[in-house]
Ligand binder design. Sequence first.
Ligand code: NAD
Ligand code: LMR
Length: 329
Amino acid sequence: MTRTPVNVTVTGAAGQIGYALLFRIASGQLLGADVPVKLRLLEIPQGLKAAEGTAMELDDCAFPLLRGIDISDDPNVAFAGANVALLVGARPRTKGMERGDLLEANGGIFKPQGKAINDHAADDIKVLVVGNPANTNALIAQAAAPDVPAERFTAMTRLDHNRAVTQLAKKLGASVEDVKKLTIWGNHSATQYPDVFHAEVAGRNAAEAVNDEKWLAEEFIPTVAKRGAAIIEARGASSAASAANAAIDHVHTWVNGTAEGDWTSMGVVSDGSYGVPEGLISSFPVTTKDGTFEIVQGLEINEFSRTRIDASVKELEEERAAVRQLGLL
Ligand code: NAD
Ligand code: LMR
């Protein structure tokens, strides 16, 4: 049976994440090895020539699943008929900046893109916002798309999740596949909270296996939360291949489901769960199935976790207030 191609729109296609992402989408790693895709690339006018060069390289790979590439600098064109949209295009921070410093520079990009998604995307559109500050940009885009169900707008904290999985596995001398049920709560920022209290490593409770609250507070959490800055310091540029990898993981898991007995972390619109104010886009533990997700319910939140979740959620509320001031909400 010939399947209809899935339209995947990628913004910031000529950027460093775009370059690491597009070839993996076209090879079937985003949606599955049997799912043909059409790529719709959105760039600003200055980025169009480089996007064309990347499209030439995509052609030169002769990917069997790639059924076409369109390039545009008009969001109304690039999002027309989109089934999946990866909003990557935005300025990255440089040394010494926090991601929140990008609010004014990048926030303005996401309102018109949300509107274009609202007016032109396919009914089953799923959106992942990667461009920073990702949670609040996702909120801006979602608010500009009142006809699209709010839960279709998500923000990427999967990179933080993957970073935390590796740090925990290393600490316990385990393999990354042995780590389950880890959670990133809150904002994709230095206030995020990687929570191991419900995590399991090779079937054992991770917090009990670590048995070292000092290591959690002083090493694990800061290492994960400040990893983006450490990469910028070391590479002289913000993370790209690992960010593209996380975007692939996020959408793949959303579409294909989480494994039995595990969950993942996604920035999603809060329904008030765990005391996170309704409407904020905050990272939660989620299970996914058949292209939908549910926030994992009923987890006991201890004092150590509560303080940290609240601090990150407070920052999200402050970012929401700041973009309201800027007229972006
Ligand atoms: P980059 O500067 O290499 O590329 C960004 C691209 O976006 C450029 O080609 C630029 O021309 C394009 N662009 C700018 N405005 C646009 C618009 N309005 N429409 C379409 N395209 C536009 O940056 P990068 O390293 O690829 O990073 C992109 C974003 O992703 C940054 O904001 C970065 O901070 C963020 N990021 C997020 C995560 C995460 O975990 N959520 C991880 C890494 C990077
Ligand atoms: C990351 O986490 O690597 C990205 O969000 C880039 C950054 O600014 O930290």
